[in-house]
Design a protein around this ligand. Structure first.
Ligand SMILES: [Zn+2]
Length: 240
C-alpha cells in the first residue's frame, strides 16, 4: 500500500483508480470554482452564485414573439424568428459571462449558457431543422484554441434533438495584397462567408455570441438565403 501526504493531509491509496478520483478532488480543494461576479466559492461548473444569478439581465423573450432583435434583423435580411438570451451590458454580468467563455479559456461555460438558453426557448411548432454556428477567423481560433459557440451549440443540439453543422459556413479571407487592392470597391460584408455545401428546404437557426451591428449575422444569413428555399432564424447569447 502506498501512502501519500498532501499539505499535511495523509491518505493511503492502494489502487491507481483512487488516485484518479483523488486528483480532481485535490484540485477542487486548491482551486475551488468561484462566482464570476462576487468571487464566492460555488459548486460544480456553475458560473455565478445563486445571489448573482438573479442579477443577470435575461431578456425573458419568447422565441416566437416580435422583439428588439427580430426588428434589428428584419432591417438587414428576411428573418423568421430571433432570440437573445441576455442584454449585453458593458458593466454588467452578461459581459463577464461572455468574456469568461471567450477570453478566459472557459470553454465549458458554453454548456452552462446552453442550459439557461434551453430553459427559456420554446419553439412551439416552429422548431428549426439545423443549428449552424458562425465560424471564427482562423487567427482567433488558433489563439483561443476553440470556437466558443461549439460546446454551446452541441449541448443545445442534444437538448433540442436538432442536428448541428459547424462546417456549413466557411469564412473567406483574401490574401493581404489582394484584400488591399480590392478594398476600395468591396462592400464590408461582401463575400465574407460561403457555404461548403448546398442547403435547401431547411429552416436554419444561426447561432452567435453577441449581436452588435448585425453585419456578421447578415452576411451569414444572406449566404444561406441565397441558396434558395431556405429560411433563417437567429439565436444569440446577448444583444448589445
Ligand atoms: Zn456571486
Amino acid at each position: 500500500m502506498q501512502r501519500y501526504s498532501f499539505f499535511g493531509l495523509r491518505m493511503d491509496v492502494s489502487h491507481s483508480a483512487e488516485i484518479i478520483i483523488f486528483i480532481p478532488m485535490l484540485l477542487d480543494l486548491l482551486f475551488p470554482n468561484r462566482c464570476l461576479h462576487c468571487n464566492r466559492i460555488i459548486q460544480g461548473d456553475q458560473l455565478v452564485c445563486e445571489l448573482c444569478f438573479v442579477q443577470i439581465h435575461f431578456t425573458h423573450w419568447n422565441f416566437l414573439d416580435d422583439n428588439e432583435l427580430k426588428q434589428k434583423c428584419t432591417l438587414l435580411f428576411p428573418v423568421q424568428h430571433a432570440f437573445a438570451l441576455m442584454h449585453f451590458e458593458e458593466e454588467g454580468l452578461s459581459r463577464k459571462i461572455i468574456h469568461a467563455l471567450k477570453y478566459s479559456g472557459r470553454e465549458k461555460a458554453g454548456l452552462v449558457i446552453a442550459d439557461w438558453t434551453a430553459d427559456r426557448v420554446d419553439f412551439g411548432t416552429k422548431k428549426p431543422d439545423l443549428l449552424v454556428t458562425v465560424p471564427l477567423h482562423p487567427k482567433k481560433l488558433r489563439k483561443r484554441g476553440y470556437n466558443q459557440l461549439h460546446r454551446f451549440t452541441e449541448k443545445l443540439s442534444e437538448q433540442w434533438q436538432i442536428p448541428f453543422d459547424h462546417e456549413l459556413i466557411r469564412r473567406n479571407y483574401n490574401r493581404k495584397a489582394q484584400a488591399l487592392q480590392d478594398k476600395s470597391h468591396r462592400k464590408q460584408t461582401d463575400n465574407l462567408f460561403s457555404l461548403t455545401k448546398p442547403v435547401q428546404h431547411r429552416h436554419i437557426l444561426i447561432i452567435d455570441d453577441v449581436f452588435t451591428t448585425g453585419n456578421t449575422m447578415s452576411a451569414v444569413a444572406w449566404e444561406i438565403l441565397k441558396s434558395g428555399k431556405t429560411s433563417v432564424s437567429v439565436l444569440v447569447m446577448a444583444l448589445d
